[in-house]
Design a protein around this ligand. Structure first.
Ligand SMILES: NC(=O)c1ccc[n+]([C@@H]2O[C@H](COP(=O)([O-])OP(=O)(O)OC[C@H]3O[C@@H](n4cnc5c(N)ncnc54)[C@H](OP(=O)(O)O)[C@@H]3O)[C@@H](O)[C@H]2O)c1
Length: 287
């Protein structure tokens, strides 16, 4: 059953339009290079419109994987496809697994605290998610490979791509956790101090330190780098002709790179250039 006729799930014509428009996303991110205003995370600002960080992250990220799952289960029927090949389901599984972590497990269970965000960030990320899920979901659910024959002869690149994807995901989770550990340690210290003084422990909201473990020794946004590796592996699984996976990777880089460079300046201002040392923003030794 279609939720929105010809859009959810999308007709081929609408899917092609969505893929085309989404490819233009890097043009919108030019704003990020020109304007410093990015009211989220380290650079969040006081505003009466602000949304709590954890709720904001779950609300803006979860609709993506839910949309993809919905398309996977509805579009094949509309197109008269009886069974999608296993490769399509593996890619859908990779996508869903990542976003269960990113949209639900990380913000709602793992992260000790997340800075509030302006609704504009939430709306922009939600739009990104819906475009991306429709673009990838449409390809996986009927407009890309539809038979086992379409995957034939590709088992090496699928396997290597999956290994790269899995290492990228683990690296992303590990480096996210290095950041979490800073807040967990701060919370532990504040609890002890509060017990000693017989007071309530103060919050660890917006407690920041220079991360040192793993690739953070070389770059300040090691979690971003791992996420790019993850989605590069995903693209390899789909094959070079899998344009939705290529668009996804290009669009992530186009928005996360200026954010990481802005973050590097933020670290230098907060901790001093000497403490940051020769660490790059996101690619070791390069940028
Ligand atoms: N931002 C994007 O455009 C984007 C796009 C796609 C995927 N992602 C992925 O989403 C995840 C989160 O991205 P993000 O942009 O929110 O990353 P981030 O700014 O580095 O923040 C990640 C989390 O760690 C905390 N944190 C950051 N730096 C810290 C430090 N120096 N000391 C202690 N805690 C620190 C943040 O707390 P606060 O919230 O309090 O700052 C937040 O909870 C990453 O794994 C990234 O790969 C991000």
């Amino acid at each position: 059953m279609a939720i929105i006729q010809n859009w959810l799930p999308p007709s081929r014509e609408n899917w092609e339009s969505i893929c085309f428009v989404f490819q233009l996303f890097p043009l919108f991110t030019v704003v990020q290079w020109l304007v410093d205003w990015y009211p989220q995370g380290k650079t969040s600002r006081e505003s009466r419109f602000n949304i709590p960080g954890k709720i904001g992250w779950a609300a803006m990220e979860a609709p993506g994987f839910i949309t993809l799952v919905y398309i996977m289960f509805t579009l094949p029927g509309e197109l008269g496809i009886r069974e999608l090949p296993w490769g399509n389901w593996i890619m859908a599984g990779c996508f869903v697994l990542h976003y269960i972590y990113r949209a639900l497990v990380a913000p709602l269970y793992l992260n000790p605290s997340m800075a509030p965000m302006h609704p504009i960030i939430c709306v922009a990320a939600l739009a990104f998610q819906l475009f991306n899920a429709t673009s990838i979901g449409g390809w996986l659910a009927g407009y890309g490979p539809t038979t086992a024959q379409d995957w034939a002869g590709r088992s090496w690149s699928v396997e290597i791509g999956l290994v790269i994807w899995a290492w990228g995901l683990m690296g992303n989770i590990y480096h996210d956790d290095v950041l979490r550990e800073i807040r967990r340690a701060a919370a532990g210290k504040q609890r002890q101090e509060a017990e000693r003084l017989g007071e309530r422990p103060s919050s660890v909201d917006k407690v920041y330190m220079l991360p040192e473990d793993g690739l953070f020794k070389h770059v300040l946004y090691a979690h971003y780098l791992c996420e790019w590796i993850e989605w590069a592996g995903f693209w390899m699984v789909g094959g070079w002709h899998c344009h939705p996976a290529r668009t996804f990777l290009a669009n992530e880089i186009s928005t996360m790179l200026p954010r990481a460079l802005q973050g590097k300046k933020w670290y230098e201002k907060k901790f001093g250039k000497d403490k940051v040392g020769d660490r790059k923003a996101v690619i070791p030794g390069v940028i």
